[in-house]
Design a protein around this ligand. Sequence first.
Ligand SMILES: [Zn+2]
Length: 434
Amino acid sequence: MKPLRTFTLPLLLSCLAAGCATTPKDPFEMNEAAESYVKLVLAVGQHDPDYVDAYYGPPEWRSAAEAAKRPLAEIGAEADALIATLEAHPQAGGDELERLRHQYLTRQLQALAARVDLLSGTKMKFDQESKALYDAVAPTRDAAHFQSILARLDAALPGTGPLIERLEAFRKDFVIPRDRLDPVFTAAIAECRRRTAEHVELPPGESLEVEYVTGKTWSAYNWYKGGFHSLIQVNTDLPIFSDRAVDLACHEGYPGHHVYNALLEKHLVRDRGWPELSVYPLFSPQSLIAEGTANFGIEVAFPGAERVAFEREKLFPLAGLNPASAARYYEVQGLLQGLAYAGNEAARRYLNGEIPREEAEAWLVRYALMAPDRAAERVRFMDQYRSYVINYNLGQDMVREYIEKRGGTADNPAKRWEEFSRLLSSPRLPSGLR
Ligand SMILES: [Zn+2]
């Protein structure tokens, strides 16, 4: 598609409908503010290679950003001016999406300004940074909280020796062999897509491809290309356990990142002609919604016992694993999920300079029960993405709470899918979930 046409046509139509050629009105135009925002995001991307996660707007906007390489101070000043303009023009009337749009644009710009400050050398504490960039602060959990979960795991994994060693011994029977990885992932993606398509109208022609890579700090990544297409990369540096197949297929694909991006493109960029969603700045509130929906999407797609049934009947045989052990594996996995916030604690202490790298790794081994090589990989992730770590577990909890509050509880799957799909198609902010 030609993105430029997508943007200008709805503008032109709304202009004709409003008769703007003859009726002078306030020169402030949301689409113009949105266009400036996109260009600012692309400008920050010239200073920060991780910043622009996806962009499928007009290619000439990107080339212009590359050619100009605007200084950070200038970008920051323009962001502040644009925030002031938006605040001077509060959204009056319009539907819910238009109100969310105004809040979204303002808050995304504030996060952009904060990222510019960080890139310019400003130091922030972990919670201050997550509030500025992701519009949320993760709760603090002390060691005693994790100890109680560890005690339950201790009872679930009998034997002698340290718990982490017993867990590693238990888990070694659940590694997907490298040569079975692709058929297992392909089957997981097909099932996630089938389940999602039963409840969500996917844009026509949407597609994704999977690539296996090495040497990354993340375990998988969705690169959204626009035109309803995603490239999903899976990192094979470390052994991939059986739970990762469905987790990653849902999280990166259906109904996670791929569907989220495709629905935003369909409903907001194409149907409404809003350019701001054609760019996705990674260090912004949008990431909490993206990661939170991607994680919560796993339980939406596979409620209750359906997950274990699918693993036992389809994926375990494909991976050459013993199907009779699937239920036991997911029982232990369920307990491990309670340790998700241990990663936030390690990151908070490490990034605040309270503990050195080795202690952060040791904390992850002790309280998140990560193998040492995985803990080392996670601390490298913290170096690169910093307080981004909260988006996964806090995002998941905030999204679940929001969907359930609106009636989308586990015992009402139709309503759950409906609310979930609406959230995936809207520019809602993390603070708007509360
Ligand atoms: Zn993700």
